[in-house]
Design a protein around this ligand. Structure first.
Ligand code: AMP
Length: 428
């Protein structure tokens, strides 16, 4: 209904909100925003399958702010009009910041409550009356039990990161909260994954929801050919140059952990004759836009990015994602590699793993439920033994290669030499 090129105002977002977004340099809605906001402004329930980093906070915050501002409703003491339930205090604080930023021209009141800190300031804020309450489940129930807050005036309810709620053992608390919400309400349910028990919970909370999915779903991640190169940190640069000799790497995003790293890699690539652009938080908005345009138009073959800078940008036709440095948060890996398998296309994701990044690799493999195929047939292969592991580790590393992965496609299980060689060729 709305193209992904719509602006916020095309989606129906009101002017004071658009003004705040402009000040934040949000040029256009992210896919989840483009798809979810019109439904939410129309008052529908929403099932959003999306993880952090997709822009989902604004997707729910903007319609909530707009609705409450339009109604000019004044909240009674202790009776918020919108409730956002989220699993951790960090997320709660971030969501609170987002509401404050987007709603800065609206004059609505909000507060954030979570455990581990004194409750009095939270109680004081509730007594003054807030339009929007952002809470973690434990502290919310605690304050409900003490009658510092009641939920019978809630018009909009958001359950954020439902799958993490489940992992953290909060689902019973969530059900207790939902049980006392008014039946007449708008409900939004967000989860990065949708296993059966989460689907059931969604069914209990939502009524005829619009469904919007933007995460690289497990099936999409399955489509991506994922490989890891074990390489010493000081050889990564040479490995990158080697890997980029293959023209099959036509449109490549290279991820680094830091802005500094992004600059360094970009300079090295330029020196070796590869046209590359960097985007990260230290660049001006104009410089970032120019870099993206060059990359989109194919004038630059490589885009070097940090996770934060890459958020909210949408680029099609990325053939390869290279994790030059592994992310220390495993979810970021899934988010990064999802950029190479857009719209059902397959893609290739290569990870450069140094000895001190092995723990990150293990976390990633745990999260995605499979081991990455190890590419050994390259000049900079760093056997595990050289990276401070057991002396016999080299052998073990070989044994861990694709053979150990039940369910992996046949082509990647072939004989060792052939598998490696084929793997390297296909990868580069
Ligand atoms: P979230 O998934 O809500 O945690 O958002 C991830 C990051 O993307 C946050 O830092 C937001 O400030 C940023 N962001 C959200 N929407 C946009 C947008 N339309 N344009 C640019 N950045 C955005």
């Amino acid at each position: 209904m709305f193209s992904l090129n719509s602006s916020f105002s095309d989606l129906g977002v009101a002017e004071p909100l658009c003004r705040a977004l402009k000040a934040e340099n949000y040029e256009k809605p992210t896919p989840i925003q483009a798809r979810a906001i019109p439904h939410l402004l129309a008052g529908r329930d929403l099932l959003g399958i999306a993880q952090t980093g997709t822009g989902k906070t604004a997707a729910f915050a903007l319609p909530i702010l707009q609705r409450l501002a339009a109604r000019q409703a004044q909240p009674k003491p202790r009776a918020p009009l919108a409730l956002i339930l989220t699993p951790t205090r960090e997320l709660a604080a971030q969501i609170g910041d987002s509401f404050r930023t987007y709603g800065r021209h609206l004059g609505l009141r909000q507060t954030v409550i979570f455990g581990g800190v004194g409750q009095q300031p939270q109680v004081d804020a509730l007594v003054r009356g807030v339009h929007i309450l952002i809470a973690t489940p434990g502290r919310l129930l605690d304050l409900m039990n003490q009658r510092h807050v009641r939920l019978d005036a809630v018009e909009v309810f958001v359950l954020d990161e439902a799958d993490r709620m489940l992992d953290m053992g909060f689902v019973r608390d969530v059900r207790r909260v939902v049980a006392v919400l008014p039946k007449q309400r708008q409900s939004l349910f967000f989860s990065a994954t949708m296993p059966e028990d989460i689907g059931r919970l969604a069914g209990e909370i939502l009524s005829d929801p619009a469904r919007v999915e933007v995460t690289p779903a497990a099936t999409t991640v399955e489509l991506i050919d994922q490989r890891v190169y074990h390489v010493d940190t000081d050889k990564k640069r040479s490995l990158l140059a080697e890997v980029l000799k293959d023209k099959a790497l036509a449109r490549v995003i290279v991820f680094t952990r830091t802005k500094h790293g992004a600059n360094r890699v970009t300079q090295q690539l330029e020196k070796s004759g590869v046209i590359a652009e960097a985007i990260h938080g230290n660049k001006s908005q104009t410089a970032r836009q120019r870099a993206l345009q060059n990359f989109r138009a194919g004038r630059a073959r490589v885009l070097v990015a940090t996770d934060i800078a890459a958020r909210g940008i949408d680029i099609d036709g990325v053939t390869h994602v290279i994790n030059y440095e592994l992310p220390n948060v495993a979810e970021s890996y899934v988010h990064r590699i999802g950029r190479t398998a857009r719209a059902g296309a397959s893609g290739v994701a290569l990870a450069f793993c140094a000895g001190d990044e092995r723990a990150y690799l293990r976390d990633i493999e745990k999260l995605i439920g499979r081991r990455l195929a190890v590419v050994e047939d390259h000049p900079f292969h760093a056997p595990a033994a050289r990276q401070g592991a057991q002396p016999q580790h080299h052998q073990r590393a070989q044994q861990q290669r694709p053979h150990q992965q039940p369910g992996r496609p046949q082509q990647r299980r072939g004989g060792r030499r052939q598998g490696e060689r084929g793997g390297f060729r296909a990868a580069v």
